[in-house]
Ligand binder design. Sequence first.
Ligand code: GCU
Length: 413
Amino acid sequence: MLGQMLKWLVRIALAGAVAAGMSACTMLGLNYSSLSVDNKPVASPPLTSGFDPATTRMVLEQELYGPWPGNLPVSFSAPRVIDAQYLGGRGTLEEITLTIGEGDSARRFPIAIAYPNIAKTKPVPLIISQTFSDNCSVFPNDPVTELGGDVCNGTNMTGAVGFLATSIFGTYIAYAPIERYFDAGLAYASFPGWSFVPDGNPSAQSVMATLTPDPKPTSALMAWAYGFDAAAKALETDPRIQPDAIAALGHSRYGKSALMAAAWSDRIAAAIAHQSGFAGAASSRSTTGETLGRMARSYPHWVRPGLGQELKDGLELSLDQHFLLALIAPKPIFLGNGRRDVWSDPNSTYRLAQAADLVYEAEGVEGLPDGTMRTFEPGAEISYWLRVGGHSVVSEDIDAFIAFMTAHFSPAG
Ligand code: GCU
């Protein structure tokens, strides 16, 4: 009897260890996303052709993201030329200082912009990227300015941290291969998303609370989305930029804010949302990967105050994220995914893209093409990209971003 009990105790302990190991594997990207979608829940509530963008924005603000801070004033400096012969004379590298807000609480930070030479004769499409790191690491060979005003002296992705970050999260997690964007006739602007509102708890809330005039953002994701809009406002009147061809690009947390920028801002003509995951393009109802509840508890400042606890207490959001995708219709969306990046849930992302397709069709454009999770059509209005590998920005992703941009906007050429 005692022997039997011991055996069971050992079995239970082993099962626990295996389960813990499996969940750790998911986080480390050792699992694969399922490619089957027909055997999974359909997006709910269903979208209808009578989709109402104004109500949807209101509900997403109330339930998930807090208000769009559309009244915050935006101003910007004249451009400073950093390098008139950038990349061996292939273009120019410039900077502006962007100011969001008013009075003492206004936030001021630099944005670097790389223009290909062709922009001198013909306006070009623009990618605005929010980066995790800082512009020193995005433009490691150039004296761009850090937040705070110091001039950069090379990348900050150095030493063991830099090595680990690029080994795990990819060569292009910080560094931007501008020559490849120039080859495609694209301009590229970059700033750390966190320079407007910091990516910290409670520092994000402290900064947001000081911003005037109302409505203040109450989530960093919404603030960062507004950061994209503000940068687009500063650059849309630049004669070198095609004002109707400005895309917001972000990885992961900034993929979430890139989608929101396209959904709330008329200035953002497309979203390149790479591995946006929960509160981005993954289903808030999905139990695969990180889950919305876990994200809201780990990063409470990303969403509106109190959401994490309320989800824990059983709150069910009335809308799922296909409503966010539908808000972007008919503008093009790129949804980047990695097969091993189960954490950000490529499978529910695809199912929500399928659901959002209805609103694209109602707008008279084809959204998600027929096919499977492996079908990549850069010219589709909902362009779903799935590659091997995990949560990272690698060379193939850059090719896919560029293919998407060139398929949708006519680059100078
Ligand atoms: C964490 C977080 C994700 C987020 C990611 C990122 O992994 O759990 O929700 O997308 O960071 O921004 O890289």
